[in-house]
Unconditional design. Structure first.
Length: 95
């Protein structure tokens, strides 16, 4: 069974920011970032309960080649991606 994956506006903005960063000519990894994001999206879409809960019902799926994680919740047959968060950032916004 495949779940419906929905990206919240914050997650979309964070993905766009990360893509812009990795697409810089001196980095040149924008396409690779999107490929890895698509890979993890497929895993989440088909196995959303595979990833651990980190707080209440929020789960985290880490990207393999990049220091980002998708934070999401499962509600019925829908997976809502709340954030695509850089793993070195302070969630409270202090760093």
């Amino acid at each position: 069974m495949s779940f419906t994956l929905v990206f919240k506006p914050l997650a979309e903005a964070e993905i766009a920011e990360a893509f812009a960063w990795y697409s810089q000519p001196e980095i040149g990894m924008g396409t690779e970032f999107l490929d890895e994001l698509e890979r993890i999206e497929r895993f989440v879409r088909f196995n959303p309960l595979l990833y651990p809960r980190v707080e209440d019902e929020i789960r985290r799926a880490g990207l393999r080649r990049f220091p980002y994680s998708l934070f999401y919740v499962v509600d019925g047959e829908t997976v809502s991606v709340l954030s695509c968060f850089h793993q070195s950032r302070d969630p409270a916004g202090r760093a």
